[in-house]
Design a protein around this ligand. Structure first.
Ligand code: FRU
Length: 721
């Protein structure tokens, strides 16, 4: 204890050669003992003794001194209690301590009590999910109570997320501790296109607002870096050029450099390394900065494929939902434009869809310039359905009389809108979660995309097989390419689908709970609207959960793939195939045909090396396993067991005369299409950069390969500058 005290003193004296230094520091508590000593405990949250660091079920706690600290996570967030110190005298100008945990001024706090009154209080830093369990220095000026008796009380009356408080090392001192600051602000004139926000992944989320002319125009939760940032998150401010911006942060440690370090720039970021970061998928779309989840509003408009997406521009994890925006002319090369929908008074911008309103029934465009209309969920309280539009595919405005559908239940979201030719009406399918987690799809109809009428309710729990979960998609698909034999597909976020009939009002499922993908990390996929009739493909893109730790971006999208319905002995089933446009990425190739391999054969791909690759092969299944090594990932086709194994992931492979495989390899994972696309396995995986080798082997017998093709692929991103 003494040693810690001296050390603290020495460190402090060195860091702060303080002019006003009077007396040595007085330790009030360091919580290193076997119990709380003469501190009084009530409730469960504090246990009977100081915690030794992190408690079960808690994120790693750091920043405390020695081995012990006060940690009210005992029994989880739901426990409550108080911890009160014995009386001591305030014999220095400041009281300093370390504090962490949740932020709740009323229920989670440390207080200083003098003469029976609370004279100082402070809460922890974390107000929203994510954040950090690191304790930081803080304190109070107590000079005015010099010599008076006081007590400290630590209270936890909070029971929800972040319902705990951590405290350590309480010291009386004459050296001013860093005082946490509230509603700190900085004013500047917007001269450039972006404000660069310093982000430190895993630090407490601060509320960061921007005011223009006294109006709050932006508000986000940002893990601001108090010191050296992990990365810079650009915030577009070009629309306020020349105006005064007031940036307000709700709370910051006294010594934080966050506000001062915010910079302006006309560059989005480090343009030379953008898209060439080591873990950037080179075949798959990912946002320049921040987090993505669901693809939204996939639509072909004005000669471009538009892809919007759930975007957190200011964090590596989920949050602050915006609609990001990217465009492509070939479904392969994407150009990210800025975010088009920002959180507003109705809440964050959750998932949805887009259509082209060719007849301008909505009145949001003109006959000559038909609008692209976006449908999204504003996930505030209430959670409502809204509309936005654009006539040029670049500038977007929200409909002035939003919302267009009020809250059905708190869990209503992800509108998908389609044009229903036979009834000449628009149909919107909306996921509506009922209390007790009942999964339903509400079907609405409209003449003008603005006024919606409830037409029917599909109850996933009553459907054959019980299924249905958020992010629905709904479309007709020809069976065996025969439009006369078309069926309706109702698809859920995990790729499960039902096949059935739709009369313009009600969907009747005939087959349910079928799987349109068998991989990992695939979710919330959507198909494109308004693909020209002469093309007629049903093209899907999913969110691909490829975690890229250490990068200033996270997650990505799957390759665009074409879906079809083919007859199988079990009935019609969806198949997936990568879109043909991807062939434009092919570089050098190695091709073999009619090749007999046995266990002794040389590797037919021994001279093929590539960072990015496409492999295609066809063979007749016999008794032997085909084992394919892709940069250290092993794929095994076992015809006897009827399985396809990708690393530790095994899926059934329907029997067929010929096994055919198409495999894409990117830095973030593999996408495997097998047996005419009846099996589709997206599989997140990070190959080692130095291993660019591929091999094909026969194990336990021989295999006759009709063909083996390997292509190195070019990146979809622009070359480094
Ligand atoms: C699916 C989802 C949607 C929601 C969105 C929010 O991943 O939970 O239901 O609209 O993400 O980002």
């Amino acid at each position: 204890m003494i040693r810690t005290l001296i050390l603290t003193l020495a460190v402090f004296a060195a860091l702060h050669p303080a002019p006003g230094y009077d007396g040595p520091e007085i330790l009030i508590a360091d919580f290193e003992g076997e119990n709380y000593g003469s501190w009084k405990v009530t409730g469960e949250a504090f246990g009977t003794a100081p915690a030794r660091g992190t408690l079960p079920g808690q994120m790693a706690v750091s920043g405390f001194e020695g081995r012990g600290l006060v940690n009210s996570f005992r029994g989880g967030d739901s426990s409550t209690g108080t911890l009160t110190s014995p009386e001591f005298r305030l014999e220095r100008k400041f009281l300093r301590f370390l504090i962490g945990g949740g932020r709740d001024e009323a229920r989670l706090r440390i207080t200083l009590n003098v003469g029976g009154k609370v004279v100082r209080t402070m809460t922890g830093p974390n107000a929203s999910p994510g954040g950090s369990e690191a304790l930081a220095l803080a304190g109070w000026e107590v000079g005015e109570y010099q010599g008076q008796a006081a007590t400290i009380r630590i209270e936890d009356q909070a029971t929800g997320g972040w319902g705990h408080i951590n405290v350590d090392q309480i010291v009386l001192t004459d050296i001013k501790p860093p005082m946490p600051l509230k509603d700190v602000f900085r004013e500047l004139t917007a001269s450039d296109s972006y404000l660069l926000m310093p982000v430190k992944n895993g630090s407490p989320k601060r509320k960061v607002s921007v005011f223009v002319d006294g109006q709050e125009v932006v508000r986000n939760d940002i893990e601001l870096a108090d010191g050296e940032p992990d990365w810079w998150a650009p915030m577009e401010i070009v629309r306020w050029k020349g105006k005064r911006l007031k940036i307000v942060v709700d709370s910051l440690p006294g010594d934080s450099k966050a506000l001062a370090s915010i910079d302006q720039s006309d560059q989005f970021g480090d343009e030379t390394s953008l898209y060439h970061e080591p873990l950037r998928g080179q075949l798959h779309f990912s946002p320049r900065r921040g987090w993505n989840n669901d693809p939204n509003g996939l639509v072909y408009f004005g000669g471009e494929y538009h892809m919007f997406f759930q975007h957190n521009p200011y964090g590596w994890g989920w949050g602050n939902m915006h609609w990001g925006h990217a465009v492509s002319r070939d479904l392969v090369h994407w150009q990210e434009l800025g975010d088009v929908l920002w959180p507003d008074k109705f809440g964050p911008m959750f998932s949805g869809s887009a259509v082209v309103d060719h007849a301008n029934a909505s009145g949001l465009g003109t006959k000559e310039k038909p609008p692209m209309v976006l449908f999204y969920t504003a996930a505030g309280d209430p959670t409502v359905q809204c509309v936005a539009s654009s006539t040029d595919g670049r500038t977007f405005s929200k409909y002035l009389r939003n919302p267009v559908i009020g809250q059905v239940t708190g869990g209503n979201r992800d509108p998908k809108v389609i044009w229903h030719e036979p009834s000449e009406r628009w149909v919107k399918v909306l996921y509506v979660e009922k209390p007790q987690s009942q999964h339903t799809i509400h079907f609405f109809v409209s003449e003008n995309l603005i006024d919606w009428k409830l037409a029917s309710i599909f109850d996933g729990d009553k459907a054959p097989g019980r299924f249905m979960f958020e992010c629905p998609d709904f479309f007709p698909l020809a069976v065996d390419d025969d439009p006369a034999k078309s069926m309706w597909v109702l698809m859920a976020a995990d790729g499960q689908y039902a096949l059935g009939r739709f009369d313009g009002t009600t969907f009747t499922a005939l087959h349910s709970r079928l799987q349109s993908q068998q991989g990992r990390g695939f979710y919330a996929a959507q198909t494109f609207s308004d693909i020209p009739k002469e093309d007629g493909r049903r093209i899907r893109i999913g969110w691909w959960q490829t975690e890229t730790r250490g990068m200033p971006f996270n997650q990505s999208m799957t390759l665009p793939h074409e879906m079809k319905l083919v007859s199988t002995p079990d009935g019609p089933r969806i198949t997936n195939a990568p879109v043909r446009e991807l062939e434009s990425l092919r570089g050098k190739k190695t091709i073999h045909s009619n090749l007999l391999l046995n266990e002794q054969s040389a590797n037919p791909l021994k001279n093929f090396e590539a960072d990015l690759a496409e492999l295609k092969m066809r063979f007749e299944p016999g008794r032997a396993n085909a084992t394919i090594d892709i940069r250290g990932a092993e794929i095994v086709v076992d015809p006897v067991a009827g399985t396809l194994k990708v690393q530790d992931h095994v899926v059934p492979l329907p029997k067929s005369k010929v096994v055919d495989l198409v495999i894409y390899c990117d830095r973030t994972g593999l996408e495997i299409f097998a047996n005419g696309g009846q099996v589709y396995v997206p599989f997140p995986f990070q190959p080692k950069s130095e291993n660019q080798r591929y091999s094909v082997k026969a194990n336990g017998g021989e295999i006759r390969f009709e063909s083996i093709e390997a292509y190195s692929l070019n990146s979809i991103w622009p070359p480094a500058q």
